[in-house]
Design a protein around this ligand. Structure first.
Ligand code: 3HC
Length: 289
């Protein structure tokens, strides 16, 4: 199977690695709007694998077998892909234009499945205007590690495509959970309002940053507290998901915390900008309060 991954950011490169680790995948096309962005995604994968080799957790040959499957470039290299997973920016127009371009001018395989890794946008809407419907294939960060794939059927997604994508998810070593289209699907509908509530609790002065994170780690056995998880996901993504759930449901319980919006406006997005609730300068992680 040949797989195209569109977008070489954190999620795209993680998804590309997850596919490249699968025995049934012969080639992964890791694509972005500029070749250097795609190469940046590849270097991130290689860097992670090099570390595992250095720690004795992986053989060099196994790491090479993964990286050798990955070809980087613009979307135009996806000509003979059997599956394309789009992990571009969380913007409806960008996603729709991307698939239209792939359908009309690039992909020659008529059976190629178009899937989106969107974290909350409507799968039906992403596929509207195309000759065949899109499916949601939602991975979780870090994609090579996290075991879940939410498989999201839009209103027009054929059952055979849903079954095929579940089968592919199992081949990747993941567990697929089928989800009907709804804002935030299952995980983000529950997880992201929890992170937002953590931010509200902090803004209300109930505890400090480490206090809130430790409380949820130790009291609920969560691997990360809500504020560090918000930094890890990216506070811009957290805000975008809150805004989509709020807009789609009209329910005020999904209103984004004003502090979250202020931090995004101030480019305090978390790990990716080096500062969020924590400061990540010099490889450390220091609470900002
Ligand atoms: N890429 C590849 N592998 C990675 C990785 C990455 N970015 N980060 C960690 N790993 C691997 C490590 O190599 C290690 O593998 P090993 O056991 O074979 O050596 C393993 O994961 C565990 O890593 P660490 O020992 O370094 O660290 P932890 O045990 O603390 O685990 C974690 C790190 C897996 C990130 C854990 O803290 C965790 O599960 N955090 C919560 C993550 C989460 O909730 N993700 C979902 C976010 S929501 C989302 O993505 C949806 C989106 O739409 C917003």
């Amino acid at each position: 199977m040949k797989v195209g991954v569109i977008g070489a950011g954190t999620m795209g490169s993680g998804i590309a690695q997850a596919f490249a680790q699968c025995a049934e995948v012969e080639t992964v096309y890791l694509c972005d709007i500029k070749e250097e962005f795609a190469e940046g995604g590849f270097n991130k994968i290689k860097g992670g694998l090099d570390k595992r080799v250095a720690k004795g957790k992986m053989e060099q040959a196994a790491a090479d077998a993964i990286t050798n499957k990955i070809k980087t470039g613009l979307n135009t290299i996806c000509v003979d892909a059997d599956l394309i997973v789009e992990a571009a920016l969380e913007n409806m127009e960008i996603k729709k234009n991307c698939f239209k371009e792939l359908q009309d001018n690039i992909v020659k395989n008529p059976d190629c499945i178009f899937a989106s890794n969107t974290s909350s946008l409507s799968i039906t809407e992403i596929g509207s205007g195309l000759s065949k419907p899109v499916i949601g294939m939602h991975f979780f960060n870090p994609a090579p590690v996290m075991k879940l794939v939410e498989v999201i059927a839009g209103i027009n997604t054929p059952v055979e495509v849903v079954d095929k994508v579940k089968e592919i998810s199992v081949a990747l070593g993941k567990t697929p959970v089928q989800v009907n289209e709804a804002a935030g699907f299952v995980v983000n509908r529950i997880l992201v309002p929890m992170i937002n509530e953590g931010i509200c609790v902090y803004a209300a002065g109930v505890s400090d940053i480490e206090g809130i994170d430790n409380a949820m780690k130790l009291g609920c056995n969560h691997p990360m507290g809500p504020l560090e998880l918000g930094d890890f996901i990216g506070l811009d993504i957290v805000l975008a998901i809150m805004d989509v759930i709020y807009a789609e449901t009209g329910d005020s319980k999904y209103r984004a915390c004003p502090l979250l919006r202020k931090m995004v406006r101030g480019k305090r997005l978390g790990c990716k900008t080096g500062i969020g609730f924590y400061n990540y300068a010099d490889g450390k992680k220091v609470p900002t309060d």
